[in-house]
Design a protein. Structure first.
Length: 302
């Protein structure tokens, strides 16, 4: 049975890789922004993690491993004072699988309006501003496929509002989780697996294509500590993420992570079913010198 799971897992991943194509178009960048302060503290990795409600975004197949209802939310400001909110709820139903509902929103206000952005010497009109708002709804489902192998699917509906224009679009993610042993997990998530077009309601019906992003990762978990490593394939580009987490005592964990252009640290404070995750990230960009703080609040099963 174990070997059948391995062969089935490899066959599925190989078939999906052969059937998809990568786009060189980037649109709706907030869709790829990682969520969850714990995952950020692990260097932006987590496609093979199998706990916390936030797995609905990282890999919907991991939902099948959550046996109690859970809730988690993340709120933070980015470097440009844009507000971000992510919240999700997970509900297992005996005999049917596990369902998840996630909401993400971001907005920026008081953006200075520019009269002629394509002409040289254009200047902002100081007495005229506009706002930008965007987000998505994510409906997810996870279920066991065969022994040691799990499958998950997410439907996403996205929206953007810029000045007096609006865009909408929808798409699907499909994820798989293979668990060879009690302390080893392997996860794969095909984000935007079905081609996702974002359509603006302008006079010429402008379209943007959201590219496929494939996340592959593994986690080695020894209860007191774990190691998480991810690889992202998007637009013919490979990026990596990794981190380590260590539980000092039952209610306090520390973690550190590293990725291609940033490093991060974080911690978790847990009491009974409630927990708070904290992360601090430093990006290696010349234009960004500040630290980015993220906080997640959650409740583990009740």
């Amino acid at each position: 049975m174990k070997y059948r799971s391995v062969i089935f897992f490899i066959a599925i991943i190989f078939s999906l890789f052969c059937s998809v194509s990568f786009s060189d178009t980037t649109a709706v960048p907030f869709l790829g922004a990682p969520v969850g302060a714990r995952n950020i503290g692990l260097g932006g990795s987590g496609v093979a993690l199998t706990d916390r409600a936030v797995v609905a975004w990282w890999n919907p197949s991991a939902l099948a491993l959550l046996k109690r209802q859970e809730f988690q939310s993340t709120y933070f400001y980015d470097y440009f004072d844009n507000r971000h909110l992510y919240a999700n709820y997970v509900l297992p139903i005996l005999g049917l699988g596990t369902f998840g509902l996630s909401v993400f929103s971001t907005n920026s206000e008081d953006i200075l309006y520019v009269e002629t952005p394509l002409q040289q010497g254009a200047r902002p009109v100081s007495d005229k501003t506009f706002s930008y708002a965007a987000g998505y709804w994510l409906l997810s489902y996870g279920q066991q496929l065969i022994e040691q192998l799990y499958i998950g699917l997410s439907y996403k509906f996205i929206y953007q509002e810029l000045y007096d224009e609006r865009s909408t679009g929808s798409g699907f993610d499909i994820g798989f989780m293979y668990i060879p042993s009690a302390n080893w997990q392997i996860g794969v998530n095909f984000q935007n697996f079905i081609p996702l077009d974002v359509v603006w309601d302008t006079s010429d019906t402008y379209r943007e294509e959201v590219p496929l992003n494939v996340k592959i990762g593994t986690v080695i978990d020894f209860d007191q500590y774990l190691i998480s490593i991810d690889f992202d394939f998007s637009e013919d580009k490979l990026t990596w993420h990794g981190g380590i987490e260590y539980w000092l005592i039952d209610y306090l964990a520390l973690r550190a992570g590293l990725e291609e252009d940033a490093y991060s640290v974080g911690s978790t404070f847990r009491y009974d079913i409630a927990y708070i995750d904290l992360s601090i990230t430093k990006y290696n960009y010349d234009l960004i010198n500040d630290l980015l703080f993220k906080t997640s609040l959650g409740f583990l099963g009740w």
